[in-house]
Write a protein that binds this ligand. Structure first.
Ligand code: GLN
Length: 541
């Protein structure tokens, strides 16, 4: 029988509920318990695949091909597990199933209602994920902030679960302590109001995690304990961490959060083993030698804000590899459009130890990215292309080395005389019928590695499974020409013969993947291709 921990947010969004959830999982895992985690997003989008990264951050992809919220990535990285479609739901997905069931006469002629049938569906999904994973603990993070109309149905599902078995359910509120400059003091009232709002949904939090810039003092903690009806040891300070989010499990463990949770469930406490986390944090703090990586993209700025979330898995994968090699990663976002407008700025790429062109869609900035590929190729700068970044490298090589001047991807130029990157046959109908959502080549596909290549050296394996999210592919009709120009297709899908990995001969490191290796990197086991890339950046130093 699984135990359930619901995590909701109070006061403001974006304070790190996902990392808090993942960290709670990590401290339970460190006591030998198995953990799974579910993310609930309160929007109508059926999945995250149709959202611009500037709206909602990176779209993460599970092994079974669900385009989901980046928090699933946090859970996978912290818990070192592979999650699936059972671990993610949105309002849109829940409503779709209820409507489909109604059409199938699965409600026996009853009036199907928002309150009751929608929470019931949510509950069913949570229980199904628990059953399939057989985990000791199921963490359920409800996106958004309490008091929002949009999450009422999910809170209702949580309340219904509480009603079924109180001893199996805990509630954690991740709140924020505002410290307005002109007052110079932490204010607890917004958190108190968040708890009232939760109370009015029939829920009393068992644990409150107080996110804040500075550590809350005992007076504030006591005040919250008293006014929010929570014992003081269940008030956990979630102060901003210094260097990395991987400090959070240790921060929670120091305050005995794991023991508090077990006690509340009436489970006997066992010693925790946090060695792995301590080592990571120690490495991060003590690595002094810098490795400077430029990430060339276009999903950086939203109004006045610079957005780090669009490429979060790429950034984390760079960090994991750098830390494990004793390096301190310095990552900078480079705007592809800038290289288009002002090609002279390409020279700045020389200041980086390596360049990554990550995934992307559409025409904005693409010529800038092609120029980046060319510059890195011609100036021996290590280049790692991820999905679009690989397609872009192929376009650059076709244009510059194969003499195919107007080579392009048909995503951008449908009438190019050299479609070196072309839409997959099976995708044409999707595009014609405007079936965009959830219809790309998604999730795990096999890749056979060609011996004696850089990919083979990195993986030390003949076959790997990697995650995909794209509609276009290297056009195999151009394979021979590209090979003559120095391309090596070091990873190929054994069934479809589609190109999975491309690398260039006679270059320190020039490699692109059609898949997204960043999605499988973990703090304690970096991805082999990222490791190989970061290693090479150090060789010429
Ligand atoms: N736009 C490209 C495609 O659909 C690449 C997608 C990506 O980088 N994830 O094939």
């Amino acid at each position: 029988m699984s135990k359930f921990i619901f995590i909701t947010g109070g006061v403001i969004s974006g304070v790190g509920k996902g990392v808090a959830t993942a960290s709670i999982g990590a401290i339970l895992q460190s006591r030998g318990f198995s953990v799974t985690a579910i993310k609930i997003d309160p929007y109508i989008n059926v999945d995250a695949g149709t959202m611009n990264p500037l709206e909602h951050g990176e779209v993460f992809v599970t092994h079974d091909g669900v385009e989901c919220d980046q928090d699933i990535g946090n859970y996978e990285r912290f818990l070192d597990v592979e999650l699936s479609r059972l671990n993610y739901m949105t309002t849109g997905a829940v409503y779709s199933s209820v409507i489909r069931k109604e059409r199938n006469l699965e409600y026996d002629g009853k009036t199907v209602e928002v309150f009751y049938h929608i929470p019931l569906e949510v509950l069913g999904r949570i229980k199904n994920a628990a059953r399939e994973s057989d985990a000791d603990f199921v963490l359920v993070e409800i996106g958004g902030t309490v008091g929002e109309y949009q999450i009422a149905l999910f809170l209702e599902a949580a309340r219904m679960m509480l009603l079924q078995d109180k001893s199996d359910v805990l509630f954690v509120l991740v709140s924020y302590l505002l410290e307005p400059k002109m007052i110079g003091e932490m204010k607890t009232k917004p958190t108190q109001n968040a708890v009232r709002s939760l109370n009015s949904a029939g829920i009393q939090p068992d644990i409150i995690i107080l996110r804040s810039e500075n550590a809350p003092d005992e007076v504030r903690k006591q005040k919250i304990a008293t006014f929010c009806n929570v014992d003081q040891k269940s008030i956990i300070a979630g102060v901003d961490v210094k260097n990395s989010i991987y400090e959070v499990p240790l921060l929670f463990e120091e305050q005995n959060l794991g023991s508090v949770i077990l006690e509340k469930f009436g489970i006997e406490d066992v010693p925790s083993r946090m060695k792995g986390w301590e080592e990571i944090v120690h490495n991060i703090e003590s690595n002094k030698k810098e490795v400077k990586i430029g990430v060339v993209g276009k999903y950086f700025e939203s109004g006045k804000f610079v957005f780090a979330d669009s490429y979060i898995s790429v950034l984390e994968a760079i960090k994991h590899a750098a830390w494990s090699l004793g390096l301190n990663p310095v990552i900078e976002g480079l705007n592809a459009e800038e290289y288009e407008k002002n090609p002279d700025t390409l020279k700045e790429l020389k200041h980086y130890d390596g360049i990554i062109v990550p995934g992307g869609f559409g025409s904005r900035g693409i010529e800038g990215k092609i120029a980046v590929s060319r510059y890195c190729r011609e100036n021996d700068i290590p280049y790692l292309g991820l999905c679009y970044g690989m397609q872009i490298a192929v376009i650059d090589i076709a244009r510059s080395l194969c003499g195919l001047k107007d080579a392009n991807t048909t995503e951008i130029d449908k009438t190019t005389s050299h479609p070196v990157i072309d839409v997959m046959e099976g995708q044409k109908e999707n595009l014609q019928q405007k079936r965009y959502g959830g219809s790309m080549r998604l999730g795990n596909y096999e890749c056979s590695i060609t011996p004696r290549t850089r990919a083979a050296e990195a993986y030390q394996q003949k076959h790997v499974l990697e995650r995909h999210r794209h509609r276009y592919e290297v056009n195999n009709e151009y394979k021979d020409q590209l090979e003559e120009a120095g391309c090596v297709f070091s990873g190929v899908n054994p069934e479809t013969h589609l190109v999975e990995i491309m690398e260039l001969k006679d270059h320190p490191f020039f490699l692109g993947t059609q898949f997204h290796p960043e999605l499988k990197s973990r703090p304690m086991s970096p991805h082999p291709l990222f490791l190989s890339f970061i290693k090479v950046t150090q060789q010429s130093k």
